[in-house]
Design a protein around this ligand. Structure first.
Ligand code: C2E
Ligand code: MG
Ligand code: MG
Ligand code: MG
Length: 281
């Protein structure tokens, strides 16, 4: 390979780079039509409230059914959607669809929707939400927007102003993946989040180190003092659940209770709630 460095090596790599770029360009074109062609869908994963012993919300999780590549994970196309601005119409579709589905659920069950940074910074977000709520009749406090810490790095003032404006609609705001980004306690003080979602990486460490338990305890204590709920992400075992309950976590989300499920299975899971409660006790 070393011999191919210089011009020859460059040419050697060029076709591959081209192929990468081409693949990306094709994905972009495909994604552009994904909404129109009905290739996007939502899955719903329950958040189980430990003190109420019942499901209190579902998180809407986006899926792309590509005709050739099959099911594509949001981790693999949200970044592309962000870079191209396609996240704006896609995010709008997600909000409308999530509100439509949730409007049929029992009143105590909320819907959580992920809002990515580009989508959050887009001027139309507020009116999209207002319209979706109006069309579906979903009560604003049943819609929870999940945003990430990264929003506070680029433009903290604008982020706070938008958050307050959205909160003015009556919707709830959760801080997603807490602890992974540039974590600063100052924005917890500057905005009254309804909920902190503790990132899965901390939950994974729970059974391995006492340090992880101490971190969970400090987050739940802090959240409680600030009047915020806490959700633990990615709970996969009874052992993790025990610790989280002990440390005062309000809600649990993860494969231990349920993987993300399609819309048609939500009611069955709600009725099976008793079974879930037994799992949690
Ligand atoms: P997230 O918001 O942190 O969502 C949680 C992710 O963890 C989901 O992955 C979920 O399926 C997964 N998960 C839940 N429980 C467990 C568990 O017990 N174990 C493991 N290993 N994983 C678990 P998913 O659906 O692949 O979504 C990944 C990310 O893509 C989301 O992370 C979110 O950041 C983004 N995303 C998903 N849907 C949307 C959307 O509609 N809009 C935007 N902007 N982003 C979205
Ligand atoms: Mg989320
Ligand atoms: Mg999350
Ligand atoms: Mg996460």
């Amino acid at each position: 390979r070393a011999k191919q460095e210089g011009r020859g090596g460059f040419r050697f790599f060029e076709p591959r780079m081209d192929a990468e770029a081409q693949k990306r360009r094709q994905m972009e074109l495909d994604l552009h039509d994904a909404i129109r062609l009905g290739q996007l869908s939502l899955m719903f994963q329950p958040l189980f409230n430990l003190s109420e012993s019942r499901i209190s919300a579902f998180e809407a999780l986006l899926r792309w059914h590509h005709p050739v590549r099959g099911l594509i994970s949001p981790v693999d196309f949200i970044p592309l959607a962000e870079d191209t601005g396609l996240i704006v119409p896609i995010g709008e579709w997600v909000i409308r669809e999530a509100c439509r589905v949730a409007s049929a659920w029992p009143k105590h069950v909320r819907i959580a929707v992920n809002v990515s940074p580009v989508q959050f910074s887009h001027a139309g977000l507020k009116s999209v939400i207002l319209q979706a709520l109006g069309e579906t009749g979903l009560a604003p406090n049943r819609l929870e927007l999940e945003i990430t810490e990264s929003l506070f790095i680029e433009n903290p003032e604008a982020t706070l102003a938008s958050l307050h404006s959205l909160r003015g609609l009556g919707v709830r705001v959760a801080l997603d993946d807490f602890g992974t980004g540039y974590s600063s306690l100052s924005y917890l003080r500057s905005f009254p989040f309804d909920k902190i979602k503790i990132d899965r990486s901390f939950i994974i460490d729970l059974l391995k180190s006492d340090g992880a338990t101490a971190i969970i305890r400090s987050i739940t204590t802090l959240a409680e003092a600030l009047g915020m709920e806490t959700t633990a992400e990615g709970v996969e075992s009874a052992g993790q659940l025990d610790i989280l309950r002990e440390q005062g976590c309000s809600q649990i989300q993860g494969y231990y209770f349920s993987k993300p499920i399609p819309e048609k299975s939500v009611f069955q899971l709600l009725y099976e709630g008793e079974g879930l409660a037994r799992l949690a006790s």
